[in-house]
Design a protein around this ligand. Structure first.
Ligand code: FAD
Length: 397
Protein backbone atom coordinates (compact mmCIF):
# COMPACT_ATOMS: atom_id res chain seq x y z
CA UNK A 1 0.00 0.00 0.00
CA UNK A 2 1.02 3.59 -0.55
CA UNK A 3 2.86 5.52 2.14
CA UNK A 4 0.84 8.29 3.77
CA UNK A 5 2.04 11.68 4.98
CA UNK A 6 -0.27 13.73 7.19
CA UNK A 7 0.36 17.49 7.24
CA UNK A 8 -0.88 19.59 10.16
CA UNK A 9 -1.60 23.16 9.03
CA UNK A 10 -2.11 24.61 5.55
CA UNK A 11 -0.02 27.77 5.95
CA UNK A 12 3.21 28.68 4.17
CA UNK A 13 5.09 25.66 5.55
CA UNK A 14 2.44 22.95 5.48
CA UNK A 15 0.79 23.70 2.14
CA UNK A 16 4.17 23.87 0.39
CA UNK A 17 5.25 20.54 1.86
CA UNK A 18 1.97 18.86 0.88
CA UNK A 19 2.27 20.01 -2.74
CA UNK A 20 5.96 19.21 -3.10
CA UNK A 21 5.65 15.69 -1.64
CA UNK A 22 3.06 14.97 -4.32
CA UNK A 23 5.27 16.46 -7.06
CA UNK A 24 8.58 14.94 -5.95
CA UNK A 25 7.11 11.47 -5.41
CA UNK A 26 5.36 11.43 -8.77
CA UNK A 27 2.06 11.15 -6.85
CA UNK A 28 3.26 7.87 -5.29
CA UNK A 29 2.82 9.12 -1.72
CA UNK A 30 -0.61 9.97 -0.34
CA UNK A 31 -0.83 13.35 1.39
CA UNK A 32 -3.58 14.38 3.80
CA UNK A 33 -3.55 18.07 4.76
CA UNK A 34 -5.56 19.05 7.84
CA UNK A 35 -6.46 22.75 8.11
CA UNK A 36 -9.44 24.38 9.88
CA UNK A 37 -9.72 27.47 7.66
CA UNK A 38 -11.77 27.53 4.45
CA UNK A 39 -9.04 29.37 2.58
CA UNK A 40 -5.43 30.48 2.97
CA UNK A 41 -5.18 34.05 4.24
CA UNK A 42 -1.69 35.48 3.82
CA UNK A 43 -0.01 37.41 6.63
CA UNK A 44 2.41 38.87 4.07
CA UNK A 45 0.62 41.90 2.55
CA UNK A 46 -2.06 41.80 5.29
CA UNK A 47 -0.63 45.01 6.79
CA UNK A 48 -1.85 46.72 3.60
CA UNK A 49 -5.40 45.89 4.67
CA UNK A 50 -4.74 48.01 7.76
CA UNK A 51 -3.38 50.81 5.56
CA UNK A 52 -6.51 50.55 3.41
CA UNK A 53 -4.92 49.95 -0.01
CA UNK A 54 -5.97 46.25 -0.02
CA UNK A 55 -8.96 44.20 1.04
CA UNK A 56 -8.67 40.89 2.88
CA UNK A 57 -9.98 39.12 -0.26
CA UNK A 58 -6.83 40.32 -2.09
CA UNK A 59 -4.63 38.22 0.24
CA UNK A 60 -6.90 35.14 0.28
CA UNK A 61 -6.39 32.00 -1.87
CA UNK A 62 -8.58 28.85 -1.89
CA UNK A 63 -7.17 25.39 -1.10
CA UNK A 64 -8.74 23.85 -4.20
CA UNK A 65 -5.47 24.08 -6.19
CA UNK A 66 -3.85 21.55 -3.86
CA UNK A 67 -6.66 19.03 -4.22
CA UNK A 68 -7.51 19.52 -7.91
CA UNK A 69 -4.02 20.01 -9.34
CA UNK A 70 -2.01 17.76 -7.04
CA UNK A 71 -4.37 15.24 -5.49
CA UNK A 72 -3.74 16.36 -1.92
CA UNK A 73 -6.60 15.29 0.35
CA UNK A 74 -7.58 18.51 2.14
CA UNK A 75 -9.51 17.91 5.35
CA UNK A 76 -11.20 20.91 6.95
CA UNK A 77 -10.63 20.19 10.63
CA UNK A 78 -8.22 20.72 13.52
CA UNK A 79 -5.72 18.12 14.65
CA UNK A 80 -6.68 17.72 18.31
CA UNK A 81 -3.96 15.26 19.34
CA UNK A 82 -0.79 13.69 17.98
CA UNK A 83 0.28 10.20 19.08
CA UNK A 84 3.95 10.05 18.10
CA UNK A 85 4.37 6.51 19.48
CA UNK A 86 1.28 5.14 17.73
CA UNK A 87 2.01 7.29 14.62
CA UNK A 88 -1.45 8.75 14.23
CA UNK A 89 -3.35 12.00 14.67
CA UNK A 90 -6.84 12.50 16.07
CA UNK A 91 -9.06 15.14 14.46
CA UNK A 92 -11.25 17.46 16.54
CA UNK A 93 -14.31 15.86 14.92
CA UNK A 94 -13.16 12.41 16.09
CA UNK A 95 -11.52 10.34 13.32
CA UNK A 96 -7.99 8.99 13.78
CA UNK A 97 -5.60 9.07 10.79
CA UNK A 98 -2.44 6.94 10.75
CA UNK A 99 0.75 8.31 9.19
CA UNK A 100 4.11 7.04 7.97
CA UNK A 101 5.45 10.60 8.23
CA UNK A 102 3.91 13.61 9.96
CA UNK A 103 4.54 17.25 9.05
CA UNK A 104 3.74 19.81 11.75
CA UNK A 105 3.57 23.45 10.62
CA UNK A 106 0.98 25.09 12.90
CA UNK A 107 2.55 28.57 12.99
CA UNK A 108 2.61 30.40 16.29
CA UNK A 109 0.75 30.41 19.55
CA UNK A 110 0.26 33.83 21.18
CA UNK A 111 1.25 33.91 24.85
CA UNK A 112 -1.44 36.24 26.16
CA UNK A 113 -0.21 35.67 29.70
CA UNK A 114 2.90 37.71 28.78
CA UNK A 115 0.69 40.84 28.89
CA UNK A 116 -1.70 41.03 31.83
CA UNK A 117 -5.25 41.82 30.74
CA UNK A 118 -4.61 41.05 27.08
CA UNK A 119 -6.49 37.76 26.98
CA UNK A 120 -9.74 39.27 28.27
CA UNK A 121 -9.27 42.37 26.07
CA UNK A 122 -8.74 40.10 23.09
CA UNK A 123 -11.81 38.00 23.90
CA UNK A 124 -13.99 41.12 24.16
CA UNK A 125 -12.57 42.45 20.87
CA UNK A 126 -11.27 45.65 22.49
CA UNK A 127 -7.54 45.01 22.05
CA UNK A 128 -6.44 43.00 19.03
CA UNK A 129 -3.18 41.56 17.80
CA UNK A 130 -4.08 40.65 14.18
CA UNK A 131 -0.86 38.60 13.98
CA UNK A 132 -2.74 35.78 12.23
CA UNK A 133 -4.30 37.36 9.16
CA UNK A 134 -8.07 37.04 8.83
CA UNK A 135 -11.15 38.50 10.54
CA UNK A 136 -9.00 40.19 13.18
CA UNK A 137 -7.10 42.12 10.52
CA UNK A 138 -10.45 43.48 9.29
CA UNK A 139 -11.58 44.24 12.85
CA UNK A 140 -8.39 46.21 13.57
CA UNK A 141 -8.87 48.20 10.36
CA UNK A 142 -12.41 49.08 11.61
CA UNK A 143 -10.95 50.28 14.93
CA UNK A 144 -8.56 52.57 13.01
CA UNK A 145 -11.41 53.88 10.87
CA UNK A 146 -13.52 54.56 13.95
CA UNK A 147 -10.69 56.34 15.78
CA UNK A 148 -11.12 60.13 15.99
CA UNK A 149 -8.53 62.37 14.31
CA UNK A 150 -5.96 63.27 16.94
CA UNK A 151 -6.03 59.82 18.56
CA UNK A 152 -3.07 57.59 19.33
CA UNK A 153 -2.57 54.10 17.87
CA UNK A 154 -0.14 52.21 20.13
CA UNK A 155 1.64 49.14 18.75
CA UNK A 156 3.46 47.05 21.35
CA UNK A 157 6.23 44.68 20.23
CA UNK A 158 7.56 41.75 22.29
CA UNK A 159 11.20 40.77 22.67
CA UNK A 160 12.49 38.78 19.70
CA UNK A 161 12.25 36.14 18.36
CA UNK A 162 8.73 36.68 17.03
CA UNK A 163 6.91 35.95 13.76
CA UNK A 164 8.15 38.27 11.00
CA UNK A 165 10.92 40.55 12.32
CA UNK A 166 10.06 43.52 10.01
CA UNK A 167 6.28 42.99 10.30
CA UNK A 168 5.48 45.34 13.19
CA UNK A 169 7.51 48.19 11.67
CA UNK A 170 5.83 47.73 8.28
CA UNK A 171 2.50 47.86 10.13
CA UNK A 172 3.49 51.16 11.76
CA UNK A 173 4.20 52.57 8.26
CA UNK A 174 0.86 51.34 6.93
CA UNK A 175 -1.14 52.89 9.76
CA UNK A 176 0.86 56.13 9.43
CA UNK A 177 0.14 56.19 5.68
CA UNK A 178 -3.59 55.93 6.44
CA UNK A 179 -3.45 58.60 9.15
CA UNK A 180 -1.51 60.99 6.91
CA UNK A 181 -4.37 60.94 4.41
CA UNK A 182 -7.45 60.47 6.57
CA UNK A 183 -6.65 61.81 10.08
CA UNK A 184 -3.40 63.77 10.00
CA UNK A 185 -3.47 64.88 13.65
CA UNK A 186 -3.25 61.24 14.80
CA UNK A 187 -0.14 59.44 16.04
CA UNK A 188 1.46 56.02 15.69
CA UNK A 189 3.32 55.16 18.86
CA UNK A 190 5.64 52.13 18.63
CA UNK A 191 6.39 50.62 22.02
CA UNK A 192 9.19 48.12 21.45
CA UNK A 193 10.55 45.77 24.11
CA UNK A 194 13.75 45.46 22.07
CA UNK A 195 16.71 47.86 22.30
CA UNK A 196 16.27 48.89 18.66
CA UNK A 197 14.16 48.21 15.56
CA UNK A 198 14.71 44.48 15.00
CA UNK A 199 14.90 44.49 11.17
CA UNK A 200 15.79 47.09 8.53
CA UNK A 201 16.30 49.62 11.35
CA UNK A 202 17.99 52.35 9.33
CA UNK A 203 15.48 52.13 6.50
CA UNK A 204 12.41 52.27 8.74
CA UNK A 205 13.76 55.09 10.91
CA UNK A 206 14.51 57.20 7.84
CA UNK A 207 10.96 56.68 6.52
CA UNK A 208 9.47 57.65 9.90
CA UNK A 209 11.66 60.76 10.12
CA UNK A 210 10.98 61.90 6.54
CA UNK A 211 7.69 60.55 5.18
CA UNK A 212 5.90 60.28 8.55
CA UNK A 213 7.49 63.11 10.54
CA UNK A 214 5.24 64.09 13.42
CA UNK A 215 3.10 60.98 12.98
CA UNK A 216 5.34 58.05 14.02
CA UNK A 217 7.15 57.99 17.34
CA UNK A 218 9.45 55.09 18.17
CA UNK A 219 10.25 54.14 21.77
CA UNK A 220 12.75 51.29 22.31
CA UNK A 221 13.24 49.38 25.60
CA UNK A 222 9.49 49.52 26.37
CA UNK A 223 8.52 46.09 27.59
CA UNK A 224 4.74 45.94 27.88
CA UNK A 225 3.56 44.12 30.99
CA UNK A 226 -0.17 44.94 31.07
CA UNK A 227 -3.03 46.54 29.18
CA UNK A 228 -6.15 48.15 30.60
CA UNK A 229 -8.73 47.97 27.83
CA UNK A 230 -11.42 49.95 29.66
CA UNK A 231 -9.19 53.01 30.13
CA UNK A 232 -7.03 52.52 27.03
CA UNK A 233 -3.79 52.24 28.98
CA UNK A 234 -0.54 50.35 28.28
CA UNK A 235 1.75 49.55 31.23
CA UNK A 236 5.49 48.77 31.16
CA UNK A 237 8.14 47.11 33.24
CA UNK A 238 9.93 50.45 33.83
CA UNK A 239 8.38 53.48 32.07
CA UNK A 240 5.24 55.48 32.79
CA UNK A 241 1.85 54.36 31.49
CA UNK A 242 0.75 55.37 28.00
CA UNK A 243 -2.82 56.18 26.95
CA UNK A 244 -4.05 55.29 23.47
CA UNK A 245 -7.31 55.25 21.51
CA UNK A 246 -6.39 52.01 19.73
CA UNK A 247 -4.02 49.51 21.34
CA UNK A 248 -2.54 46.77 19.15
CA UNK A 249 -0.70 44.53 21.60
CA UNK A 250 1.56 41.80 20.25
CA UNK A 251 2.24 39.25 22.99
CA UNK A 252 5.26 36.95 23.16
CA UNK A 253 5.04 33.97 20.86
CA UNK A 254 5.89 30.30 20.81
CA UNK A 255 5.39 27.22 18.63
CA UNK A 256 1.78 26.52 17.59
CA UNK A 257 -0.35 24.91 20.33
CA UNK A 258 -0.53 21.45 18.76
CA UNK A 259 3.29 21.25 18.62
CA UNK A 260 3.37 22.10 22.32
CA UNK A 261 0.66 19.55 23.09
CA UNK A 262 2.70 16.89 21.28
CA UNK A 263 5.79 17.79 23.32
CA UNK A 264 7.81 18.88 20.29
CA UNK A 265 8.77 22.24 21.90
CA UNK A 266 12.00 21.09 23.49
CA UNK A 267 14.14 24.26 23.14
CA UNK A 268 14.42 27.88 24.35
CA UNK A 269 12.43 27.42 27.56
CA UNK A 270 10.01 25.18 25.72
CA UNK A 271 9.05 27.92 23.27
CA UNK A 272 10.32 26.39 20.02
CA UNK A 273 10.80 22.96 18.45
CA UNK A 274 14.25 21.55 17.81
CA UNK A 275 14.80 19.97 14.39
CA UNK A 276 17.58 18.26 12.46
CA UNK A 277 18.10 21.02 9.91
CA UNK A 278 19.04 18.58 7.14
CA UNK A 279 15.55 17.02 7.12
CA UNK A 280 13.47 19.15 9.53
CA UNK A 281 12.79 15.98 11.53
CA UNK A 282 12.04 16.71 15.17
CA UNK A 283 14.89 16.02 17.58
CA UNK A 284 12.41 14.42 20.00
CA UNK A 285 10.00 12.46 17.77
CA UNK A 286 10.95 10.14 14.94
CA UNK A 287 9.14 10.56 11.58
CA UNK A 288 7.71 13.89 12.72
CA UNK A 289 8.96 16.89 10.71
CA UNK A 290 8.39 20.38 12.13
CA UNK A 291 8.78 23.54 10.09
CA UNK A 292 7.87 27.18 9.71
CA UNK A 293 7.54 29.57 12.61
CA UNK A 294 7.35 26.73 15.17
CA UNK A 295 11.01 25.75 14.92
CA UNK A 296 14.06 26.93 16.81
CA UNK A 297 15.96 29.00 14.26
CA UNK A 298 19.71 29.27 13.70
CA UNK A 299 21.19 32.79 13.79
CA UNK A 300 20.11 34.91 10.82
CA UNK A 301 17.11 32.73 9.93
CA UNK A 302 13.94 34.83 10.26
CA UNK A 303 10.48 33.48 11.07
CA UNK A 304 9.02 34.32 7.66
CA UNK A 305 6.60 32.91 5.12
CA UNK A 306 9.38 32.78 2.53
CA UNK A 307 11.50 30.71 4.93
CA UNK A 308 8.58 28.42 5.82
CA UNK A 309 8.04 27.81 2.09
CA UNK A 310 11.77 27.06 1.76
CA UNK A 311 11.68 24.70 4.79
CA UNK A 312 8.72 22.97 3.15
CA UNK A 313 10.70 22.11 0.02
CA UNK A 314 13.68 20.79 2.00
CA UNK A 315 11.39 18.74 4.23
CA UNK A 316 9.38 17.41 1.27
CA UNK A 317 12.55 16.27 -0.52
CA UNK A 318 13.87 14.60 2.65
CA UNK A 319 10.55 12.86 3.35
CA UNK A 320 10.22 11.57 -0.21
CA UNK A 321 13.85 10.36 -0.12
CA UNK A 322 13.40 8.59 3.21
CA UNK A 323 10.13 6.92 2.19
CA UNK A 324 11.64 5.87 -1.16
CA UNK A 325 14.95 4.57 0.21
CA UNK A 326 16.96 7.28 -1.54
CA UNK A 327 19.85 9.29 -0.09
CA UNK A 328 18.81 12.53 1.60
CA UNK A 329 20.19 15.75 0.07
CA UNK A 330 23.42 16.33 2.03
CA UNK A 331 23.47 20.12 1.47
CA UNK A 332 20.04 21.77 1.46
CA UNK A 333 19.75 25.52 0.92
CA UNK A 334 17.17 28.03 2.14
CA UNK A 335 16.41 31.45 0.72
CA UNK A 336 14.62 34.43 2.16
CA UNK A 337 13.33 37.79 1.00
CA UNK A 338 11.14 39.97 3.21
CA UNK A 339 9.56 42.97 1.51
CA UNK A 340 8.06 45.80 3.55
CA UNK A 341 5.61 48.32 2.14
CA UNK A 342 6.28 51.76 3.59
CA UNK A 343 3.12 53.13 1.91
CA UNK A 344 0.78 51.76 -0.78
CA UNK A 345 3.52 51.56 -3.46
CA UNK A 346 7.06 51.99 -2.14
CA UNK A 347 8.91 49.02 -0.73
CA UNK A 348 12.20 47.99 0.92
CA UNK A 349 13.58 44.47 1.23
CA UNK A 350 16.05 42.33 3.12
CA UNK A 351 17.33 39.09 1.57
CA UNK A 352 19.59 36.19 2.53
CA UNK A 353 20.65 32.67 1.52
CA UNK A 354 21.37 29.96 4.11
CA UNK A 355 23.39 26.80 3.48
CA UNK A 356 23.40 23.63 5.55
CA UNK A 357 26.85 23.09 7.01
CA UNK A 358 27.05 19.36 7.72
CA UNK A 359 30.06 19.59 10.03
CA UNK A 360 28.10 21.87 12.38
CA UNK A 361 24.62 20.46 11.64
CA UNK A 362 23.23 23.94 11.17
CA UNK A 363 22.28 26.53 8.56
CA UNK A 364 24.69 29.41 8.04
CA UNK A 365 24.10 32.62 6.12
CA UNK A 366 26.13 32.55 2.91
CA UNK A 367 28.56 35.47 3.02
CA UNK A 368 27.59 38.26 0.63
CA UNK A 369 24.41 36.44 -0.41
CA UNK A 370 21.82 39.02 0.47
CA UNK A 371 21.47 42.53 1.67
CA UNK A 372 19.19 45.49 2.06
CA UNK A 373 17.56 48.02 -0.24
CA UNK A 374 19.24 51.41 -0.38
CA UNK A 375 15.79 52.97 0.14
CA UNK A 376 12.11 52.57 -0.76
CA UNK A 377 11.16 52.53 -4.47
CA UNK A 378 8.10 51.79 -6.59
CA UNK A 379 10.17 49.27 -8.58
CA UNK A 380 10.59 47.25 -5.39
CA UNK A 381 6.86 47.65 -4.90
CA UNK A 382 6.33 45.85 -8.21
CA UNK A 383 8.79 43.15 -7.13
CA UNK A 384 6.96 42.74 -3.81
CA UNK A 385 3.58 42.30 -5.50
CA UNK A 386 5.06 39.73 -7.86
CA UNK A 387 6.82 37.97 -4.98
CA UNK A 388 3.41 37.53 -3.34
CA UNK A 389 1.74 36.23 -6.51
CA UNK A 390 4.62 33.83 -7.07
CA UNK A 391 4.76 32.42 -3.56
CA UNK A 392 0.97 31.99 -3.33
CA UNK A 393 1.09 30.13 -6.63
CA UNK A 394 4.15 28.07 -5.58
CA UNK A 395 2.51 27.16 -2.27
CA UNK A 396 -1.10 26.60 -3.34
CA UNK A 397 -1.65 26.33 -7.09
P1 FAD B 1 1.14 29.73 9.10
O1 FAD B 1 1.36 30.25 7.73
O2 FAD B 1 0.54 30.61 10.12
O3 FAD B 1 0.26 28.42 8.97
C1 FAD B 1 -0.14 27.70 10.09
C2 FAD B 1 -1.45 27.01 9.73
O4 FAD B 1 -1.68 25.93 10.65
C3 FAD B 1 -2.65 27.93 9.83
O5 FAD B 1 -3.35 27.91 8.60
C4 FAD B 1 -3.48 27.32 10.97
O6 FAD B 1 -4.87 27.45 10.77
C5 FAD B 1 -3.04 25.88 10.96
N1 FAD B 1 -3.16 25.16 12.23
C6 FAD B 1 -2.74 25.55 13.46
N2 FAD B 1 -3.01 24.60 14.37
C7 FAD B 1 -3.60 23.58 13.70
C8 FAD B 1 -4.12 22.29 14.12
N3 FAD B 1 -4.07 21.91 15.39
N4 FAD B 1 -4.66 21.50 13.17
C9 FAD B 1 -4.71 21.89 11.87
N5 FAD B 1 -4.23 23.08 11.44
C10 FAD B 1 -3.69 23.91 12.35
N6 FAD B 1 6.65 36.55 5.88
C11 FAD B 1 7.27 36.81 4.69
O7 FAD B 1 8.00 35.96 4.19
N7 FAD B 1 7.10 38.00 4.06
C12 FAD B 1 6.31 38.98 4.55
O8 FAD B 1 6.17 40.04 3.93
C13 FAD B 1 5.64 38.74 5.79
N8 FAD B 1 4.81 39.68 6.30
C14 FAD B 1 4.12 39.40 7.45
C15 FAD B 1 3.27 40.37 7.96
C16 FAD B 1 2.54 40.14 9.12
C17 FAD B 1 1.62 41.18 9.66
C18 FAD B 1 2.69 38.89 9.79
C19 FAD B 1 1.90 38.61 11.03
C20 FAD B 1 3.55 37.93 9.30
C21 FAD B 1 4.28 38.16 8.14
N9 FAD B 1 5.17 37.22 7.62
C22 FAD B 1 5.84 37.48 6.44
C23 FAD B 1 5.47 35.96 8.37
C24 FAD B 1 4.68 34.76 7.85
O9 FAD B 1 3.31 35.03 7.88
C25 FAD B 1 4.95 33.53 8.72
O10 FAD B 1 6.33 33.41 8.96
C26 FAD B 1 4.42 32.26 8.05
O11 FAD B 1 3.02 32.35 7.96
C27 FAD B 1 4.87 31.00 8.78
O12 FAD B 1 4.35 29.86 8.15
P2 FAD B 1 3.83 28.62 9.03
O13 FAD B 1 3.49 27.53 8.09
O14 FAD B 1 4.80 28.37 10.13
O15 FAD B 1 2.53 29.20 9.74
Amino acid sequence: SKARVVVVGGGYGGATTAKYIRLLSGHKIDVVLVEPNDAFVSCPLSNLVLGGSRQIADVTTPYTGLSRNHGVTVVKDMVAAIDTAGKNVRLASGPVIAYDKLVVSPGIDLLFNSIEGSQAAQASGQILQAWKAGPETVALRRQLEAMPDGGVYALTIPEQPFRCPPGPYERACQVAWYFKQAKPRSKVLILDANPDVVSKAGLFKKVWAEQYRGIVEYRPQHKTTAVDARNGVVKFEVQEDVKAAVINALPSMRAGAIAVQAGLNNLANNRWCGVDYQTFESTVAKDVHVLGDSIQIAPGMPKSGHMANSHGKVAAAAIVAQLSGWAVNPAPMLTNTCYSFVDDKNVVHVASVHEYVAAEKTFKTVAGSGGLSPGPTELEGAYANNWARNIWSDTLA
